[in-house]
Design a protein around this ligand. Structure first.
Ligand code: ADP
Length: 259
């Protein structure tokens, strides 16, 4: 789907001769296109709940505000819309922070087993907390940013819970991968993802089913954030899935070298 773009420039040499320079601009056009799409998508995602909020405010300030039951119902909806905008803005801020730090290697010693413990405690109030299973082996520390790695765990485990089925396990596994990597997997037994979507899941705002994602409180940015965190940690991510069986997200992170 990538259009080839060329830029032609005529350069004049000091002796008066001219040369024609043909530059391949495909890459920068694609990057520009992505930036424009991103701003358009983000604005659209914010405009929808905002329009709904405005509509309810206007209705409430007219006659609907007189009836207590209607008023409460409207306020509940407005609260939901405001929360949706808040989640989106939080994710946009996270994304731009992580992108801004792209070239700064994370420099703290992070023990993934302890971090997973922490995140599962934070998730203990969620409706599917009972489905969370952890399988933790002894692994070396990774060189990381604990805040970002905690966000990575929240996003991936959160998805497994959101798109999984109630009562089926969400299994988080950590084990060494050779000498130099730690392997983290999060597996669910949910609906799965058709294979044609897999390569695009980490794109910003890419969703398999937008309506479903939105109704579950998704912003469409979770996996884009995860991908940026993995890249900043010089790691790798792979998502595999079987429709009707479930999804497994595998993340490899380099261990901290002891010198
Ligand atoms: P969202 O906020 O929509 O969940 P993400 O970036 O986290 O956004 O994920 C992108 C899309 O990938 C989701 O909308 C969903 O369609 C799909 N997805 C992510 N994780 C899973 C999973 N564990 N099972 C099924 N589908 C998933």
């Amino acid at each position: 789907s990538r259009e080839q773009r060329w830029e032609m420039r005529v350069l004049r040499l000091s002796d008066g001769r001219r040369i024609v320079h043909l530059g391949d601009r495909t890459g920068s056009y694609a990057a520009e296109r992505m930036r424009v799409d991103f701003v358009a998508n983000a604005s659209h995602e914010l405009r929808t709940p905002l329009a709904s909020l405005l509509g309810y405010v206007e209705t409430l300030s007219e006659d609907a505000g007189d009836d207590a039951a209607t008023r409460n119902r409207f306020l509940k909806i407005m609260h939901g819309e405001a929360r949706r905008m808040q989640r989106l803005i939080d994710d946009l801020i996270s994304l731009s922070r992580i992108e801004a730090e792209k070239y700064r290697l994370p420099d703290q010693s992070v023990r993934l087993p302890a971090l997973i413990e922490e995140v599962s405690t934070e998730l203990s109030g969620s409706p599917r907390a009972a489905d969370l299973v952890t399988q933790i082996s002894d692994v070396p520390a990774v060189l990381g940013d604990p805040t970002q790695l905690s966000q990575l765990l929240h996003n991936v485990i959160g998805n497994a819970m959101k798109y999984g089925r109630d009562g089926t396990p969400v299994t988080v596994t950590v084990r060494p991968e050779g000498e130099s990597m730690v392997r983290l997997t999060v597996a669910d037994e949910g609906e799965g993802i058709p294979s044609q979507h897999l390569p695009r899941l980490t794109e910003r705002f890419y969703r398999v089913d937008s309506g479903r994602s939105r109704s579950l409180g998704g912003t469409g940015l979770g996996l884009a954030i995860v991908k940026h965190i993995v890249e900043r940690h010089r790691g790798r991510i792979d998502i595999s899935s079987v429709v009707g069986k479930g999804t497994t997200v595998t993340i490899l992170l380099p261990v901290q070298r002891v010198s």
